[in-house]
Design a protein around this ligand. Sequence first.
Ligand code: ADP
Ligand code: MG
Ligand code: ZN
Length: 602
Amino acid sequence: MEKHHKFSIWYVLLGFWIVLLFQHMLVTAMAIKTIPYSEFLRLLKEDKVVEVAIGADQIQGRLKDSDNPAGRGTLFRTVRVDPEISKILAEHNVTFKGELESTFVRDLMSWIVPVFMFVGIWYFAMRRIQNQQPGFMTLGKNKARIYEENELGVTFEDVAGVDEAKQELKEVVDFLKKPEKYSAIGGRIPKGILLVGPPGTGKTLLAKAVAGESKVPFFSMSGSEFVEMFVGMGAARVRDLFNQAKQKAPCIIFIDELDALGKARGIGPVAGHDEREQTLNQLLVEMDGFDPSAGVILMAATNRPEILDPALLRPGRFDRQVLVDRPDKLGREAIVKVHLRNVKTAPDVDPAEIAAMTSGMSGADLANLVNEAALLAVRNGKSEVTMAEIREAVERVIAGLEKKNRLINPEEKKIVAYHEIGHAIVAMSLPGTDPVQKITIVPRGVAALGYTMQVPTEDRFLMKRSELLNKIATLLGGRAAEKLVFEDISTGAHNDLARATDIARSMVVQYGMSEKIGQVYFAGRQNNSFLGIDEEGAKPYSPATAEMIDKEIRQIISNQFQRAVEILSSQRQALEKAAAILLEKETIEGKELAELLNDQSE
Ligand code: ADP
Ligand code: MG
Ligand code: ZN
């Protein structure tokens, strides 16, 4: 920028010089002869001068044309000389002439002074804008906040209830502290760590804790900060950020809200948002170009991993993903303890009790809750927080969250508990289904109210008919439990039904697993999975067959539903016990449930 405006001054000066030159040439072209004053006097005496215009310094005039009396005559110009001296000079026969005073400097000054004034005003105005909002003129410069380790002061102690995530990140801290240990063996630390989880669960806090524990500088920037103001700046920022970080290695680069920047390319309302794509491309380039053994670790956080560009998740980029989930009851108790450290509390305040009242709340909600209780205590003129303030604060926070539709009421919670246990018990009772690891009813996201975590034991290429049927039964287990226990069914199963129906349809029309239909492939043209619809009007079978297919699908579904109901009624006791535990603790391990089932079968 600085360079550029100096350049422009030279261009301006050159321009003026050309103008002056041009003017001079114009005068010459008009053939005005400049003659000495003595010559002028001589011509005057010889009656050769037709007319003159006398100025302060100059006399301009026209001479008689001797060849062509009617013609215009030669134009001339002469500089005035003091008449007295001229007389003497003429007597002594000296050729004399006036000096044509150069107006060049004056002309130039009359141009240059205003130009310099304008440039000056512009320069100072820019300086002021710059001071007011840094980053306006320092466009490519980075806005990343760099925290030195002692400024942050966050440690793993401050993060609670997310033990699994903490465990994974401890390895990263270890690497940053003793990189030699890893490079000696040749082990490679992940380049990028992506913290995934709902808002307010402590992702940003965890990243800071990693920096605080490993005592290295921490560059923090939000994804949305890359994409703003001017086209092309985002990419420059990314480049700058990585350059700065490399100089400060070992260090951590943290990109918060990565989704703002890393949205899959080519989707979104404005097709081809070039600026964001460029920035994202630059990020990918930088990630490929740096060597983690240099001690720069890239961390990022997002609560919408599903919209990230797949290129970001490829090996060598964000190749490790750490789930930071909403805390269960024990987790909430630990988080409450962390935040109560800074507050004076009465002896009746019991973290376990608070945890029991705050199902579904995130770490941020709990921090807010403790703060709210402290404010209430001050308002009530108390010297410490008592359980009464906590209760009131819980009500306030819950009221706020209910507006956001994030909490479920106790009756819904009960339905969800039985539903999830239903899935799990059916899965455990049938051979060939994926083992159940953990069941939880901590609400997550909008759609799924609870879930049963099943881990596939091995990658499968082929599935047997019996396995597919078992899978359908498992999917229907949730609704079967609701029907059995409440003699009513809820809307919570629609996703299960969709998946079960999908499998049943595939069995009939693709895999030839229905006896009535036979070993025929009916799926027709490949369905357009991108738009999620089958192409209409391309069915390669008759309406009668279509009816048969529908009947078969329904038959498979209802058989498996019946099977799920039978399994659950034979395990009714375990179902009740497990649901009670789940309602109490919000999570139940697969092992614990297996023990309940064994007890009953003995
Ligand atoms: P996220 O980045 O996941 O949206 P933050 O890390 O910004 O959430 O959390 C906001 C605040 O909530 C933190 O500063 C902290 O006070 C509190 N908090 C969130 N999760 C936890 C946790 N697991 N343990 C302790 N405090 C937490
Ligand atoms: Mg955050
Ligand atoms: Zn379900």
